[in-house]
Design a protein around this ligand. Structure first.
Ligand code: SF4
Ligand code: SF4
Length: 333
């Protein structure tokens, strides 16, 4: 590997750059779609963690616009052993966002992380905390949010409006808002009690009854713990078909624009295909573009892909293996 690598300069329409430093997590949300470190699914992927020096080298390749931070997520990104070195040693002009469950030691975080790293002009907080009722405690989250705010960080707490806990989430939002905490809710995407929530651009792409051939391309750079780059979150979580490595000498922003074949249309992650408003306030944007959706793929189920068929665990005792919880927002950090 050469000492210095060519720059990667995301284009105007490239919307997200994320390093999944680790998929390990210190919570066990029953609906989580991640392959936790040590679990059978995770082991099957054979994924390793990149060394922190390699992550630093990877981040230093990026030339990011002011409105495009490097997002750190997982799993729980702060569990990555090189987390503190990483946030301190990457080039200073690279601003970062952190998606976290905030189970970390907040005093250590304040001591070791310079606030400027997570400071930029944006309509939302750079440190975005997911509240998972029954897993992390809202009182603790609130007190940590206050501490971080007093230390100069901007923190927001997010709750998913899942139908089973919607009232609780809305009450929590009201309570936090009164206390001056930025608490936002996210739409639930996925299927629950026979109803599909969310607006998806491609029919049958989420919770589809069968897998189909298609061609797909993305607008994002998403990198797994081993440094592999994927065309969507469904692929990343399952460790299937990476198309590059972040340290490849010839990896550049043009490569993410290519349409690539996929045999898993029907297993798309909602966050990749949901219709949303982009940063120019134009409605109708999706993270991926899919074309040439064709015939069903014979014998193509999640296990055939060589990955965990059981990562979509039943929610609240429901028997349906997969259809209720196929949601990134609901199912990850
Ligand atoms: S079609 Fe769906 S599963 Fe296939 S690459 Fe695109 S988003 Fe991913
Ligand atoms: S949903 Fe997030 S916090 Fe919960 S177990 Fe999964 S990665 Fe951890």
């Amino acid at each position: 590997m050469p000492e210095t690598l060519p720059y990667i300069k995301p284009k105007q329409h490239h919307n997200y750059v994320a390093f999944f430093l680790t998929l390990s997590c210190n919570l066990r949300c029953p609906y989580c779609i991640n392959l936790h470190n040590g679990g059978p699914g995770y082991k099957r992927t054979g994924r390793k963690h990149m060394e922190v020096d390699e992550w630093i080298k990877a981040a230093n390749r990026l030339v990011l616009r002011d409105d495009l931070p490097l997002s750190l997520q997982g799993g729980e990104a702060t569990l990555y052993s090189g987390f503190y070195r990483f946030v301190n040693e990457v080039r200073e002009d690279i601003k970062m966002d952190l998606l976290t469950n905030m189970m970390f030691d907040v005093d250590e975080f304040i001591k070791k992380v310079p606030p400027w790293r997570f400071t930029r002009e944006a309509p939302y907080a750079a440190i975005r905390v997911s509240y998972h009722p029954g897993q992390n405690n809202i009182e603790e989250l609130m007190s940590k949010a206050f501490k971080l705010r007093d230390a100069g960080f901007r923190v927001g707490i997010y709750g998913i409006e899942h139908p089973s806990i919607r009232d609780h989430i809305l009450q929590t939002k009201e309570r936090c808002t009164k206390l001056g905490i930025d608490f936002r809710t996210k739409e639930f995407l996925g299927e629950w009690e026979g109803r599909l929530y969310g607006t998806f651009r491609y029919e049958g792409s989420v919770c589809g009854d069968m897998m189909r051939h298609c061609e797909c391309r993305t607008t994002e750079i998403i990198v797994d713990p081993a440094g592999f780059v994927y065309k969507c979150h469904a692929d990343l979580y399952r460790g299937r078909n990476p198309f590059a490595h972040i340290l490849d000498d010839d990896f550049n922003e043009d490569m993410i624009e290519e349409f690539r074949p996929c045999d898993f249309y029907g297993d798309c992650n909602p966050c990749d295909v949901k219709v949303k408003t982009n940063r120019f306030q134009v409605f109708g944007h999706t993270s991926v573009e899919i074309r040439n959706i064709g015939s069903p793929v014979k014998n193509n189920n999640l296990n055939v892909a060589g990955q965990a068929g059981n990562i979509f665990m039943p929610l609240q005792g429901k028997e349906d293996k997969r259809k209720e919880d196929t949601v990134k927002e609901w199912g990850t950090t």
